[in-house]
Write a protein that binds this ligand. Structure first.
Ligand code: NAI
Length: 488
């Protein structure tokens, strides 16, 4: 785009600090750097116009610059109002060779502490490619690929196109959240300007790659209901994503968030983890590692049995609520922590969520509780004074606390996730015919490739099959080594 191009971040003066962090992160992201080395000359993503909606962190900055190195054009927003690292956002706008006065990088629309109105405005900005189209002398209106985390970007396109087909945006109903009302308002304004903007945007998109459990869940629902408008690659369910990022990532960033937010000693405390999926397993292990006594809850008998066999007490939240010092949710479900739970907690217990959306904790009920008072200790840390005389600490207003109170997962584990993301974007751009409309995971050979790219950095010595051994267990010497049913 013509410089200076449109963007919205906190402060470009932060770019130099961000660039230092990016440089260090690159060293910890061998998968992404290997893809740069492999594809830099061929630039196989040339012609890809990627609209990204994913936490605008240092690690995401390395992802964005990898997509650009492979030839893509990119516009970016964060997928959470608190998760942006302002210095990373600034560095991406300035670019590796630009200056704050002459930015040469990527249009980013993200800052830490957006309002919901600003958040959805930012999300809508990644779909406006009129500047890029004018520069290219082309007639596209939007991106041709989405890179999503949690499905908000995909949701906006689908809702926009659906309301345009209906000719109207419905009125909000009593049960709708404040956030949904914000989306309706935005789309209503858009419909006044154009009757087919989102239909054209949706029509130009060939596919999305989705980062997380909650977003993948939304995609399978769209597919089931016959509403999916473009191909989707579920990156989350690559083994090298969910079995690493969700688990080992949270094992690192949950405790990081607790420490930065409260610095309360975890050892000896009673910690409760709702959900024993990939995220819950990492959370429970980290809290136990700090010396907490950890209690887990589950609705699935298989996960409940796993938790028990791993040595955790498995209880319903209401049975133990009065003992809990630190209450963590990581289920991807809603209403897991309700008002009656919050009112049953000890004085100054901590409540925090590491599932994707803020409805895991019924924040709406807390906010409308008569006689409750909210005191800001510092940004993203609030003491709620309850009418029962006790206070609780709520982190990141009930949103992802490992990103709101800390800086999310560290680079090395995100390199695994984001290498899958880049491979997914490549599949959409150069191999779309293999993915007719539907939701897919990447082939196992690519999953194994992602892992392989991270072995050297850790000094891992991989054993090689002899041809006789390969024959004996019925796999090729170079893989893939497991059937799709294998669970790791
Ligand atoms: P998962 O599906 O592996 O685990 C969720 C578990 O919660 C399941 O075992 C399910 O049976 C259980 N569950 C559902 N409702 C429950 C309830 N009412 N009470 C107790 N347990 C319940 O999903 P995963 O991968 O662990 O992800 C969980 C959430 O975390 C998702 O929203 C995902 O998007 C998010 N996530 C967050 C990350 C972060 O950085 N904070 C990283 C990765 C994922």
């Amino acid at each position: 785009p013509e410089r200076p191009f449109e963007f919205r971040v906190r402060d470009l003066a932060l770019a130099e600090a961000g660039r230092h962090q990016l440089r260090l992160a690159e060293h910890e992201m061998p998968g992404l750097m290997a893809l740069r080395a492999e594809f830099e000359d061929a630039r196989p993503l040339a012609g890809a116009r990627i609209a990204g909606s994913l936490h605008m962190t240092v690690q995401t900055a390395v992802l964005i610059e990898t997509l650009v190195a492979l030839g893509a054009q990119v516009r970016w927003a964060s997928c959470n109002i608190f998760s942006t690292q302002d210095e990373a956002a600034a560095a991406v706008v300035v670019g590796p060779n630009g200056t704050p006065e002459h930015p040469e990088g990527v249009p980013v629309f993200a800052w830490k502490g957006e309002s919901l109105e600003e958040y959805w405005w930012c999300t809508s900005r990644v779909f406006d490619w009129s500047a890029e189209a004018a520069e290219a002398g082309a007639d596209f209106t939007g991106p041709n690929q989405i890179l999503d985390d949690g499905g908000d970007a995909t949701l906006l396109v689908h809702l926009g196109a659906q309301f345009e087909a209906d000719g109207r945006v419905p009125d909000a109903t009593a049960g709708d959240s404040h956030e949904y009302r914000v989306i309706l308002d935005l789309l209503r304004a858009s419909l006044v300007e154009s009757s087919d903007r989102w239909t054209r945007v949706a029509g130009g998109i060939v596919g999305v790659t989705e980062e997380t459990t909650t977003g993948a869940h939304r995609l399978y629902e769209l597919e089931r209901d016959g509403k999916l408008r473009f191909t989707a690659i579920n990156v989350n369910d690559s083994v090298t994503k969910s079995k690493f990022d969700n688990k080992y990532g949270i094992r690192h960033s949950l405790v990081d968030g607790l420490n930065r937010a409260t610095d309360v000693l975890i050892g000896g405390k009673v910690a409760f983890v709702a959900g024993y999926g990939d995220v819950g397993k990492g959370a429970a292990e980290a809290l136990r590692g700090q010396g907490a006594r950890v209690i887990v809850s589950e609705i699935d008998p298989i996960n409940a049995l796993q938790a028990a066999m791993d040595g955790f007490q498995v209880s319903r939240l209401e049975s133990v609520i009065g003992e809990v010092d630190i209450l963590i949710t990581g289920t991807g479900n809603k209403d897991v922590v309700r008002l009656e739970h919050i009112l049953g907690l000890k004085h100054l217990a901590i409540v925090a969520n590491v599932g994707h959306f803020d409805n895991e904790i019924d924040m709406a009920a807390l906010e409308s509780l008569e006689g409750a008072e909210r005191v800001e200790i510092k940004p993203q840390v609030h003491e709620w004074r309850l009418p029962n005389g006790r206070n609780v600490l709520v982190l990141s207003e009930g949103r992802l606390m490992n990103l709101g109170n800390a800086t999310g997962h560290p680079s090395f584990v995100m390199s695994n996730s984001f290498t899958n993301q880049v491979l997914g974007q490549l599949e959409l751009h150069v191999n779309l015919a293999a993915y007719p409309l539907g939701v897919y995971t990447l082939p196992k050979v690519l999953d194994e490739k992602v892992a392989r790219l991270h072995l050297d950095a850790l000094g891992v010595e991989l054993t090689t099959l002899t041809p006789e051994q390969a024959d004996y267990i019925g796999v090729p010497v170079d893989g893939p080594y497991k059937s799709d049913q294998y669970r790791y």
